[in-house]
Design a protein around this ligand. Structure first.
Ligand code: UFG
Length: 347
């Protein structure tokens, strides 16, 4: 069996590659390097000689992808490749529909023609939109009403997956599929090989750590007037290694004909202020914090009930302490203040 990982040069995809390679899986990854980095792929290839094939290209290129599937005998797909900025999706909706829905559909068409038996999709809490207080913590049956093109494009692909599974089951060639809905993924490989390098960076923890390193003037808090205990938004932060652990468990459990949907989260929320305090404690650095205006589209409180995957697969986040999540990121940021060093804007 060979696993195809799309988007393996990105933050989460590269951590998934590391885990799969550690498990002894044969892995091939396709990435167009639009936002991913060549360096983590090189590091993984050095660490696991001969075990990881990298193909630079786009998942929308059906000829390329079917060639890769046939050459490697791909039976499992982990689909991480995506555009992932909520704000950008509002500014460029058609680009997001193309990158996240149309390109993923092209990938699925190739899967349908090849020997793929299992498909595991990176979905998002953004598919739930802005659930009312009565729906928090979020469970998998919470209504999905995305409020931006990012969430909508991810939800559309979930629906394509379910339709594909239904049709394949009814035609006697069943396939298994899972949509894993991520909450706020954070932290870095605790072995120190891989990190988080987005350009532009907008995620809370890396932005704070860049401020702690003196690479940013300050951290702006997007709103202090939310209906939460300290007025700042609450999110459920999950360590990236726990996230990829869930993928491996799902991959091992998923049977032909099954569809699974799981929330991936620790099951408790931290406010923006709490995250800032955790970063101060871990880094021991002073940095400026400014209370600013709300950011459009931010729900006040998002955290999940992850008990479905706990009950069905025995998965629970191992790293539940926010300090430990921040520590793993800080170690990598201290050693790589400019990230992987190949982003034009920060080289
Ligand atoms: N925040 C700040 N200042 C910053 C950055 C973030 O105050 O400089 C706040 C945000 O307003 C939010 C919280 O920190 O309240 C977390 O923000 P992130 O940008 O780190 O993450 P989001 O919760 O907005 O988004 C994450 C993923 C998305 C996904 C979404 C689902 O990054 O891909 O969760 O809810 F769609």
């Amino acid at each position: 069996m060979t696993v195809l990982v799309t988007g393996g040069a990105g933050y989460i995809g590269s951590h998934a590659l590391l885990r799969l390679l550690r498990e002894g899986e044969r892995v091939v990854t396709i990435d167009n390097l639009l936002r991913g980095h060549r360096r983590p792929i090189e590091l993984l290839q050095e660490r696991f000689p001969g075990k990881l094939t990298f193909v630079e290209g786009d998942i929308a290129d059906e000829g390329l992808v079917s060639g890769v599937m046939a050459a490697h005998g791909v039976t499992t797909v982990m689909h991480f490749a995506a555009l992932t900025y909520v704000g950008e999706s509002v500014e460029k909706p058609l680009w997001y529909w193309t990158g996240n829905a149309a390109a993923s559909l092209a990938l699925l068409r190739v899967c349908d023609r090849s020997g793929v038996e299992r498909f595991i999709f990176s979905s998002t809490a953004a598919t739930y939109g802005q659930p009312g207080a009565e729906h928090v913590p979020i469970v998998e049956t919470t209504p999905q009403h995305p409020i931006n093109p990012y969430g909508a494009s991810k939800l559309a692909f979930e629906q394509m997956l379910w339709d594909w599974c239904r049709q394949r089951a009814s035609s006697g060639r069943p396939v298994g599929a899972a949509a894993l809905r991520y909450f706020n993924v954070a932290g870095c490989d605790r072995g120190g090989l891989l990190g988080e390098d987005h350009d532009p960076e907008t995620h809370l923890i890396p932005v704070i750590l860049q401020a702690a390193l003196g690479l940013r003037e300050r951290i702006d808090i997007f709103g202090e007037d939310y209906p939460t205990p300290d007025g700042t938004c609450i999110r459920d932060y999950l360590h990236v290694e726990d996230l990829v652990d869930a993928h491996v468990r799902v991959m091992r459990a998923l049977q032909p004909g099954e569809t699974r949907r799981y929330n991936l989260a620790i099951g408790r929320g931290y406010s923006v202020r709490e995250v800032i305090e955790a970063c101060r404690a871990v880094t021991g650095r002073e940095f400026a914090v400014r209370a600013g205006a709300r950011r459009a589209g931010d729900p006040p409180v998002l955290y999940a009930d992850p008990s479905l995957i706990a009950n069905e697969l025995g998965w629970r986040a191992e790293v539940t302490d926010l300090h430990a999540i921040v520590e793993s990121a800080w170690r990598w940021f201290l050693e790589h203040p400019r990230g992987y060093g190949d982003s034009p804007a920060r080289a």
